[in-house]
Structures are given as C-alpha cells and as structure tokens.
Design a protein. Structure first.
Length: 144
C-alpha cells in the first residue's frame, strides 16, 4: 500500500513538472537601469505557481502566479501577464497576507516563439524596483 501511494506521489510530481513552462535567462537589468549584468536564472511557471532559481547561488524563490492576460505589443511581440492576485479569492485572507504578490510579464518574439525577457516585480517594492531577465535574443534587442 505504501509503495502504491509513493508511486502515485512520484507520478503526480512528474506530471506537474511536465506541464511547466521552463525558461533560462542570461542577463539581468533593473527597470531604472541601463546596465545589463551577466547572471543566469531559471524560471518555471505552472498553472498557478512559479519558481525562480539563481544559478550562481542556488537560491530558489517560489510563489503564486497565474496568467491574467495575453496580448500583442505594437511591435508584434507577444506577451503573457501573470499575477498572484488570485490568492485572496481562491485561498482566503490569511493565505493572501502571507503571500508576496508577484507580477510577471513574459515577452516572446511571437506567439509560440522564443522568449525575449521576463519582467518581474513584487507589489511591496513596486514596479520601479522590478527586474528584466533577458535571454540572449532579448539582450541583443534591449541591452546593446
């Protein structure tokens, strides 16, 4: 019985991870900065959660994140907006108070295309303290 339960847990974890969008970024720039630093991060977005890992330090940040909007910018790039605002309605006031509210904008060269950047900020620090996490393609477009 225990091995069956353990096997089901492993299958559940594998299926959750397989539904994730996973991205590697190579450069970071603050919203109010013009300098792009060479730093590596790995992002993973699931249906209602995200994970960000600093490849250098190994530090991992987890949080809630759910797609709230998708659209195209004037230049034709496709984006997804993600937020953790839904926590209040779905999990209640106590969970909301304990949650850091993150916002993400994930920009692609086109729908189904390559990632250009992920912009992340948390509600408590404000949008001006947010950071861009660029791929190589995004770096060539926005940092050079």
């Amino acid at each position: 019985m225990k091995t069956t339960f353990f096997s089901l847990c492993i299958l559940l974890l594998i299926s959750l991870k397989s539904n994730a969008q996973e991205f590697e970024t190579n450069f970071v720039r603050g919203k109010m900065s013009t300098y792009c630093a060479n730093e590596y991060f790995i992002f993973s977005f699931n249906n209602k959660t995200f994970e960000k890992m600093d490849s250098y330090s190994g530090k991992v940040i987890n949080g809630y994140s759910k797609i709230t909007d998708t659209n195209y910018e004037d230049n034709g790039y496709y984006y997804e907006l993600r937020s953790s605002d839904f926590v209040l309605n779905e999990y209640g006031v106590d969970a909301f108070k304990e949650t850091t509210i993150y916002y993400h904008k994930i920009l692609y060269e086109r729908r189904g295309g390559d990632l250009l950047y992920i912009f992340e900020y948390d509600y408590n620090n404000g949008i001006n303290k947010g950071k861009f996490y660029f791929t190589e393609k995004g770096y060539n477009l926005y940092c050079k």
